[in-house]
Design a protein around this ligand. Structure first.
Ligand code: IFM
Length: 758
């Protein structure tokens, strides 16, 4: 029996929702992403089984992760008639996911042209125990005696944005395991998929012409249930030395274990994931479900199996944005993992270490030193972002955009992420294992990027683009300057930490990076980097030099000037570029990150000023406004922004096109933002090196928020009601932790419970 508070489902079939449901009902296990499509779909249903660790580029097109021939393909034929929600009469249909167990389910009752009825029930999951396995259980019942053909195997009629990426090498059958070998066209990565099946009925088997599909023929008796279980295994030559052998062994092992056992293990793992990361909201069922759904998304795309991959901006829902990793990961998703699963957080950061050489190449390509991380990072760390990322809707011509060249804040975001991880976990080894090298190289990059203005006796960061991408190539973007200063401070702290704690390592690193002169340079720059300050009278922080001189108009007025609903508002000719309308939270993002450095008056003035002028053209924006609003006790506003964020993949209210670039898919940054709104915003949690602070402001409806946090290896269970805060410190660790509750310091150690009224 599935628990309602964990189920997301549709109870009818709506063709217009194929694309949206493909995102909404996706499954993932970090290694594979599988869209929420019907088993009988091919390309037309936007089916995709995404392998995020393997990228491929077709000449003249964008490099993107590959979609594999679809191993979950299944189509029934009743007396020769194909049954599909796309073409058949449907008497009943249901599609959903149980987010507690990460299982997709569907039930369809088809009616054939001759009036026969066939009920199809399918359940599928991507194992979180062994990420190379996908499992399916399918059963069907015919109302009348019928000849049923079940077509299964690997459908290679797949959806690709910039493909085709794979060449079929061979199809084979070993010990009843169907094996398909494909190879990527660019780099020759071999991918093996195997399928083993188990049926509780007799059948006659045929194979299609291409041999990738098999057909099982059954004379089905009226009212009898027929069950088939399927086990698909996937390995590439990037994973192991002999992927074919691995596929065969995995298929035969899981066939012995059977579906129920595999499901039980998978479900137990998910249970543990939820145990560590669930957030319980009492008094608001809708928000609860949306928040759990957001957490589900994060858990299903997280790389548990490897520290060589990270999380792409559209999760594992397809090839959009080239399957690339943006600042979204460090700034919007990492906080959730830092607090609930530090091991995954570490994997995400180590990915930046493994791609450091790509960042070095990019810096040197532009004539700088150090590490300039890719705005759109794939497997090597080289930038997948093109110079012409958007096409003009009016002319169809590619538009020069400066995301790649000028969003230098990406290197600061990476450093910020490493430091946040260190603050949460106290895990010093991250610096030794590559974190220190990343930090120092990023600091070095900023020094080589900055201009020293002798007449002002300060360093400035000119010709940059901040989070607000509608204003490109500006001077002294406040967010960027503050983030860069933070990078320099972190670099100085890390140097100090290493030289005190690991002198030998420190000495070797300085020699390896030839960092002798750089230490002085970054210290000087840190002293003299220009940081835009709040205006003495208005408290406003100018987003960048000259922003206040731009045309000031309302968002409605700007929108009334649009000639096409998809036109890009930024870039050279974008109608927002000469105005104060911004794409997404910029100064407000900075105020969230450094909220203790600014007074409430400053935060309030800037929130109110910029909110009116923000288009929220990116799904990264609303959560930032929500979080700061909660901090400012604008609780209803905060709630509205939280709802906008938490429902983004449930109601599909996000842009699908920018210019004529398709940007649909899931929005994991917003998913992470929903978690941050609740934990950092409403619950008022702040984590620093020495303490956890709590200062909650719950929305009116909420009676209670209950969640877990891991801080420096110690587990906390935090319950916040309208007037009490209860903290349980779990485990045996004798270390005392400082907790600041509503401005009162208390120490807590394992086994303690503290209850404070407020
Ligand atoms: O990283 C974001 C960016 O800030 C706005 N455009 C979309 C990107 C990917 O989510």
């Amino acid at each position: 029996m599935r628990k309602i508070s964990w189920i997301i489902k549709d109870e009818n079939f709506d063709k217009s929702r194929i694309e949206f449901n493909g995102n909404k009902y996706m499954l993932g296990n970090g290694y594979i992403g599988y869209r929420g499509t019907m088993e009988e779909y091919s390309k037309e249903g936007l089916t995709a089984c995404v392998l995020p660790s393997v990228y491929d580029k077709v000449e003249g097109k964008w490099r993107e992760p590959v979609n594999l021939p679809n191993g979950f393909f299944l189509k029934l034929y009743c007396d020769g008639e194909p049954l599909s929600v796309l073409s058949s009469k449907i008497e009943q249909h249901e599609q959903g996911i149980d987010v507690r167990n990460a299982v997709h389910f569907r039930k369809t009752i088809f009616q054939t042209k001759t009036g026969k009825k066939v009920q199809l029930l399918i359940e599928r999951f991507l194992s979180s125990d062994n990420v190379h396995i996908m499992c399916m259980k399918c059963s069907f019942i015919c109302k009348e005696d019928s000849k049923i053909i079940i077509q299964i195997g690997f459908d290679d009629n797949i959806w690709d944005l910039n493909g085709p990426h794979l060449r079929k090498v061979k199809v084979d059958k070993k010990d009843e395991i169907l094996i398909l070998e494909t190879v990527t066209k660019e780099l020759g990565v071999n991918i093996f998929e195997g399928e083993a099946i188990k049926c509780d009925f007799q059948f006659i088997e045929y194979t299609d012409e291409a041999n990738t599909l098999r057909e099982l023929e059954v004379n089905a008796k009226a009212g009898k249930e027929y069950e088939l279980t399927r086990y698909i295994s996937i390995y590439s030559s990037k994973d192991c030395y002999n992927p074919e052998e691995k596929v065969i062994k995995t298929c035969s092992d899981v066939l012995k274990d059977g579906y129920d056992k595999l499901y039980e293990i998978h479900s137990q793992i998910w249970n543990n994931k939820w145990e560590a990361s669930d957030v319980k909201l009492t008094g608001d069922d809708e928000a609860q479900l949306a928040l759990r759904y957001s957490i589900y998304q994060l858990l299903s795309i997280a790389p548990t199996h490897s520290d060589k991959v990270s999380i792409p901006a559209r999760g594992l829902s397809g090839q959009v944005y080239k399957g690339a990793v943006f600042w979204d990961t460090e700034m919007f998703m990492l906080p959730f993992f830092n607090a609930t699963n530090p091991k995954i957080a570490r994997n995400l950061l180590m990915y930046r270490y493994y791609t450091l050489d790509g960042a070095r190449r990019k810096a040197s390509e532009y004539g700088y030193r150090g590490a300039f991380y890719a705005w759109e990072s794939q497997d090597t760390g080289d930038d997948a972002c093109t110079l012409f990322n958007v096409a003009d809707v009016f002319t169809g011509r590619p538009m020069r955009t400066y995301f790649r060249d000028k969003q230098i804040h990406i290197s600061a975001d990476v450093v910020y992420g490493i430091w946040e991880y260190y603050k949460h976990t106290g895990d010093f080894s991250i610096f030794i294992d590559g974190g220190a090298e990343v930090i120092l190289e990023c600091a070095r990059f900023f020094y080589s990027y900055a201009y020293y203005k002798p007449e002002k006796r300060r360093y400035e960061l000119l010709d940059v683009t901040g989070p607000d991408e509608y204003h490109e190539r500006v001077g002294n973007n406040a967010f960027t300057n503050v983030m860069v200063k933070h990078t320099l401070e972190i670099a100085i702290s890390v140097l100090e930490l290493l030289s005190n704690k690991k002198k030998e390592f420190f000495d070797k690193l300085i020699i390896k990076l030839n960092y002798f002169k750089d230490i002085e340079n970054i210290k000087n720059m840190n002293e003299a980097l220009y940081i835009p300050k709040p205006d003495a009278e208005t408290d406003l922080i100018e987003q960048f030099d000259g922003y206040f001189k731009l045309e000031d108009l309302s968002l409605d007025k700007l929108k009334s000037r649009m000639l096409n609903k998809n036109e890009y508002l930024g870039g050279g000719n974008g109608i927002a570029t000469t105005t104060r309308i911004l794409k997404q939270a910029d100064v407000v993002t900075m105020l969230n990150l450094f909220k203790d450095n600014y007074s409430s008056e400053v935060k309030k003035a800037n929130w109110e000023y910029y909110e009116k002028r923000t288009e929220h053209g990116s799904t990264l924006s609303a959560c930032m406004y929500g979080m700061l609003a909660a901090n400012l006790e604008k609780t209803q506003c905060a709630y509205n922004y939280f709802i906008k964020t938490a429902f983004v993949d449930l109601n599909g209210n996000a842009k699908q096109y920018v210019g004529n670039l398709y940007i649909g898919g899931t929005h994991p940054a917003a998913n992470g933002g929903a978690w941050m709104d609740v934990v950092y915003g409403f619950s008022g949690i702040t984590i620093d090196e020495n303490k956890i602070s709590i200062n909650p402001h719950l929305p009116l409806k909420w009676q209670e928020v209950n969640f877990k946090l891991v801080y420096k290896g110690i587990k906390f269970n935090i319950k916040i009601t309208k007037n009490t805060i209860i903290i349980d410190c779990v485990g045996k660790e004798p270390k005392k932790i400082l907790v600041n509750i509503k401005n009162e310091d208390v120490y807590i150690k394992a086994g303690d419970t503290i209850e404070v009224s407020y």
